[in-house]
Design a protein around this ligand. Structure first.
Ligand code: GLV
Ligand code: MN
Ligand code: MN
Length: 419
């Protein structure tokens, strides 16, 4: 990494324009409004594209040139004194959960835009170019897996396989990339990158509880996503005695309850059943089939895999006692990650020299940064969010916290890009 000379504490005191960043966040939040003040901009829907168009307008106004790759990832480039030097990348995602917040992802994209705008205001030409990145479908809420664009970019996911992935209505990723004009001309593959920084809300309660402004993210916990389908026998709800039934909903409820027991054996593990669908979904019919998802996470990769093995055994045991069949597929494995020590130090020193309270923290959520970490020195900056809430329309943070995060991002990017 170049430009580490800028790590000297007294040099890192530039401030971003927090008010401008807040106003841009509020402007973006008008696109794809939710029902309770949040947002619904699922990946590659018309709302997502509208958000991307507004982003394009803003980066062009800021003097950037835009490239788009074959996964729809967007790179907005501010050139440097040395245009051939590997750029410093910073960004996140503009897509949201179905009933999501205004900051998850958007803060990282618009925070990076604010870095460019602030550098323009200060008239600073960096040595390395800076690129603002928008990664496609980070959330994975419409098309699994999560972090799809950055995963293909990092070479962990295969583009042909990802193109074929379908949303719950059977529409493929490739179809939506083409329909929305997001299938760019540049191959989706990594290139030399000086460093990658991502600003994000914490999405948990730690910083707020400790009254701390900045989380210096040292890594992220691992995650495994499972799709489970239980098959039984559909039948009449009134005429079928209980002991004659092969009811997959009964099986699902036993599995979901028992999951808590497994969790107790793996302290610090978390698991979530976020989707549950019965077929044919009729009040007076015993379902023939039940589909549900299980999201499991643990900071220790070995324990996470053991936990998933236990889950698989549980599904098999319950199915044999209830007379059911099952399909069990793992749709995503994200190993736990440790970010690059240089980037961690730069973020910590930036927060320190700006006078912001800070602490090291491990991310509970997945982020594009977790894939970028495979191909570039990577670091993340967290700011607190109200009551630790995220993936809900109640997600909130304050203009002051946003401004502090942008200041740390600006100084971190500058430290890596050099001036
Ligand atoms: C991304 O939002 C995740 O599921 O952690
Ligand atoms: Mn996010
Ligand atoms: Mn998210």
């Amino acid at each position: 990494m170049s430009g580490v000379d800028l790590l000297k504490e007294d040099e890192m005191k530039l401030k971003a324009n927090g008010e401008r960043l807040w106003n841009s966040l509020m402007e973006m939040a008008k696109i794809g409004p939710g029902e309770r003040g949040g947002n619904r901009r699922l990946a590659l829907t018309d709302e997502d594209i509208e958000g991307r168009s507004l982003f394009r307008e803003w980066v062009e106004e800021a003097g950037c040139t835009i490239r788009q790759d074959t996964m729809g990832n967007i790179f907005a480039r501010r050139n440097g004194k040395n245009p051939d030097a590997p750029p410093v990348l910073s960004g996140s995602h503009l897509d949201t959960q179905p009933s999501g917040g205004r900051f998850d992802g958007i803060l990282g994209v618009l925070g990076a835009l604010e870095v460019v705008r602030s550098l323009n205001d200060y008239g600073i030409e960096t040595k390395s170019p800076i690129e603002v990145a928008v990664w496609t479908n980070e959330e994975g809420a419409r098309f699994p897996p999560a972090m799809m664009g950055s995963g293909v970019f990092a070479g962990v996911l295969k583009q042909e396989e990802i193109y074929a992935n379908q949303d719950p209505d059977g529409i493929t990723v490739e179809h939506e990339l083409r329909r929305t004009g997001q299938l760019g001309s540049v191959p989706c593959e990594t290139f030399p990158i000086n460093a990658y920084y991502e600003l994000h809300i914490e999405q948990g309660p730690v910083l707020e509880n400790e009254n701390t402004s900045i989380g210096v993210v040292t890594g992220g916990q691992g995650a495994v996503w499972n799709h489970i389908t239980l098959h039984g026998q559909g039948s009449h709800a009134g005429t079928t005695p209980m002991n004659y039934r092969r009811d997959p909903m009964m099986g699902a409820s036993i599995i979901i309850t028992e999951l808590r027991e497994i969790i107790r054996k793996h302290s610090t593990a978390v698991c979530t059943v976020g989707r549950l669908e019965t077929y044919p979904s009729s009040i007076n019919t015993i379902p023939s089939r039940v589909f549900f998802t299980v999201d499991t996470r643990h900071p220790d990769q070995e324990k996470l895999m053991q936990f998933n093995e236990d889950l698989k055994n549980l599904v098999n045991t319950v199915c044999s006692s209830e007379g059911l069949e099952n399909e069990f597929s793992i749709v995503q494995i994200n190993p736990s990650v440790e970010f690059h020590q240089d980037c961690i130090n730069i973020v910590r020193n930036s927060a320190q020299s700006l006078g912001y309270s800070h602490r090291d923290i491990v991310s509970g959520a997945g982020h594009d940064a977790c894939y970028l970490n495979d191909v570039a020195p990577t670091g993340m900056i967290f700011i607190p969010c109200d009551n630790g809430l995220s993936h809900d329309e109640a997600e909130n943070t304050s203009p002051e916290q946003v401004a502090a995060g942008a200041d740390v991002l600006l100084n971190s990017v500058l430290a890596s890009a050099g001036s």
